[in-house]
Each structure stands twice: as C-alpha cells, then as structure tokens.
Design a protein. Structure first.
Length: 399
C-alpha cells in the first residue's frame, strides 16, 4: 500500500508537469463510424481531415460485407498464434495478395505494423551487421532497431550525403541494411528511394522501406514508393499496415524476399508470441487488395483531390510544405497558433490537428491535413474556405 502511494505521488507529479507544459493529449470522442463526415460526442458534425483513411475505405459497405462473410464462414477469433493452430486458408490468401500487390516474393502478417517493425531486425541481423536508419523514421522502427544487436548508424532525414557518409562508415560490418519510411508523416515528403537504392548498391547494402503512409497512396496505381521509383521487386524488405489506406482496421505485414519472410516465420517474436489476425479483418483485407488491384478509381480520385487541395491552399497564400503524398502540412511555426487555429477550424466544422514540439522540431508547428479519396470537391472547398477565413483572422496568409 505504502509502496504504491509513493509511486502514485510520482505519477501525479509527472502528469501535472505534462499538463503544465501543454503536452497533455486529450481524446476527442467520435460517436459515428470513421468517415469523411463524423459525429462528435459534443453533438457536432464535422468534416474529418485528420484520419489515415486515404482511400475512404474505413466505412466501406463492401469491406463490411467481406468482413461479415469471413466471420460467418471462419468465426470470430483464432485463439492461437499462427504456428500452433492459428493459420486459416484466409491468412495464406491475404499473404499471397499482399505479395502480389507489391510485386514481392512472399508476405507475413502481424497484429500491427508496429509489430512488423518491432520483429524484423532482431531475427535477421546481429552484432556483426549494421542498420543505417533515417532520423525521422517511425517510432516502431526505432524500437525495432533497439531490440537488435546490429551496430546503429543514423542519417539526417532524406539527406543522401549523410547516408553516403554513414554507408562508408559501416563498411567494416558484415551485412548492411538501410531503413526508411516511404512517406514521412509530418511533412508528407517521399524518401528519395531511387538515390537510396543506388547508394545501397554502391556500398553493398540492402534496403527496407516502411510503406505505411505510401502504400495505397503513392505511385500511379497506389502500389507505394517502390512503384513511384520503378523499384518494384528490387527492395529486399517492405513493411506496411492495414490500419491506414487499406480499410483502417488493424494489422500489419512484412513483404519481400522469400528467405527473409521464411526466417521471420521462424524467429520473429511478435509473430511467434502474439495472436493471429481475426478472420473478419483478414477477409476484408483480401477483398481490399483484390479490389485495388483491379480498379484504380480510388487511387485516381485521391491523387486528383490531393493535387486540387494543395494547389488551392498554396494559391490562397498558405505556407504549405512540398508534399508527394496525401499529407498537406500547413506551416504556422508557433505552437500556440497551431492549437488556436485547429480549435477555430473545429468551430467551422473542420476537424484537423495542430502538431508542435516534440512531435515536430521546435519552431516548426503546423496543421496537418490528410486528404481522402472519399472527400468530395465541395467538402474540399468548404475546408479551404474555412482555412482562408480563420487564417485571415489569425494573419497567417502570405497574400
Ligand atoms: C502508422 C505507422 C506504423 C504503425 O502501424 P500500425 O499498423 O498502426 O501499428 C508504422 N510505421 C509507420 C511509418 C506508420 O506511419
């Protein structure tokens, strides 16, 4: 009792300090499905511009039907890990369609991409090897690298001179793996995969790309960063999530060279010691990848929406980060301004999030807008009008 009392005081103090620093995260409660128009518990109906619902599939009737059908035929839960008795025909089918979609040799499913990244490095590399990681890589990559004994090198975000310097420094190691996000989520910039691949060839390194924000979004048919750079089948390891463009439920995968996937099935701890994906998620996943392989309607609409929205925002005089994805970062620089602006936009019925230190560097506060194929033109226009109104009142427009 006494022990917990001390710990309780400690936590109470820490929580108070998070609050007084203005960094306390609060969750806004939604009472509708995830979609473009959502209902908040406050009773307000708002247009959603901050979900990873890039293809608008989160509330798709077709995905819900596919999930229901799989649940009816294969049950609710698996109650097992894959290698004991948790593999259904549907799991193998989803792995096959994921590999087909990305033009890779094989794929392995995880409960989340966080687990895919957490379980990819340690089984493949050891203290004789090197991991060379972009400084802005996702937290799950950083954690995964920490679990591995390989020597760590870090290069500045998308900085090819720095990557080359780190590759040179890593020449003494046995194997080298360069790892990067495909799209970086705070700026929306694309990793220069063509250059990364060329440097990796030159210095004898393999490459891993986390396609979480790029798959379904980037490339003419939404196959991700490898499509954009004509590198399909040439990257050793890709990871990705079912939690963003592909319906947004849950689940992750690693896909790439077949011997790598085979080794992960033997040794990857989040795969061996965590439950199988439920049939509903797997069934809807199969439907999604099949659908996106035969139709480009959603990918085209997303590209069109993104082009239109970013163009209009630039014309309106906003300071927008150059983006090669469906992410549009409106730079405000000041933390308080980013929060004030997001809150006034919500009053206008536009749901966006302001980001500031430590999520982005100090003095780099911004509002991040995420475009979806489900946004209609008049909804994009409503968002732009609200930004212009609020931005004008707050004096953030350039012209
Ligand atoms: C969202 C994200 C993840 C985590 O994916 P989950 O499936 O939600 O765990 C991993 N990496 C990147 C780059 C992401 O953006």
């Amino acid at each position: 009792m006494q022990t917990y009392k001390k710990f309780q005081e400690h936590l109470t103090r820490e929580l108070a300090s998070i609050q007084s620093a203005g960094l306390y995260k609060r969750e806004r409660i939604i009472t509708s499905p995830q979609a473009v128009t959502i209902a908040l518990q406050s009773g307000q109906q708002v247009l959603n511009f901050c979900a990873n619902n890039y293809l608008g599939l989160s509330d798709s009737r077709e995905l819900i039907a596919a999930a229901r059908k799989a649940m009816e035929s294969r049950g609710y839960g698996m109650s097992s890990v894959r290698f004991i008795c948790g593999t259904q025909d549907l799991h193998k089918e989803l792995e096959a369609v994921v590999a087909q979609f990305f033009g890779t040799e094989d794929a392995i499913l995880y409960a989340a991409c966080f687990d895919a990244n957490g379980g990819v490095f340690e089984p493949l590399l050891d203290e004789q090897d090197a991991i060379i990681s972009d400084a802005l890589n996702h937290a799950s990559i950083i954690d995964g690298v920490r679990l591995c004994k390989a020597v760590r090198y870090r290069y500045a975000n998308a900085d090819m001179q720095d990557l080359e310097a780190q590759l040179r420094a890593a020449q003494a190691q046995r194997f080298r793996l360069v790892v990067t996000d495909g799209v970086f989520s705070m700026d929306g910039n694309l990793a220069p995969l063509d250059k990364i691949h060329a440097l990796a060839e030159k210095y004898g390194a393999m490459v891993m790309v986390d396609e979480s924000h790029s798959a379904g979004v980037v490339g003419k048919t939404g196959r991700g960063a490898t499509e954009e750079f004509n590198l399909r089948g040439k990257i050793e390891i890709l990871t990705g999530t079912l939690g963003k463009a592909f319906g947004g439920a849950i689940g992750g995968f690693t896909t790439g060279k077949k011997e790598i996937i085979a080794m992960l099935r033997q040794r990857s701890r989040p795969y061996l010691f965590s439950n199988s994906l439920p049939p509903a998620v797997v069934g809807a996943g199969i439907y999604t990848f099949r659908y996106l392989s035969t139709s480009n309607v959603l990918q085209d609409k997303l590209h069109e929406n993104t082009r239109y929205f970013i163009g209009q925002m630039q014309q309106a005089g906003f300071d927008v980060k150059p983006s090669q994805s469906a992410i549009c970062a409106v730079m405000l620089y000041d933390a308080k301004l980013s929060q004030d602006m997001a809150s006034r936009l919500l009053d206008e019925g536009i749901y966006v999030t302001g980001f500031y230190y430590p999520v982005v560097p100090k003095g780099q506060a911004r509002i991040r807008i995420q475009i979806s194929a489900a946004h209609e033109r008049e909804q994009l226009d409503k968002c732009i009008r609200a930004f212009v109104k609020v931005g004008g009142e707050l004096g953030v427009l350039k012209n």
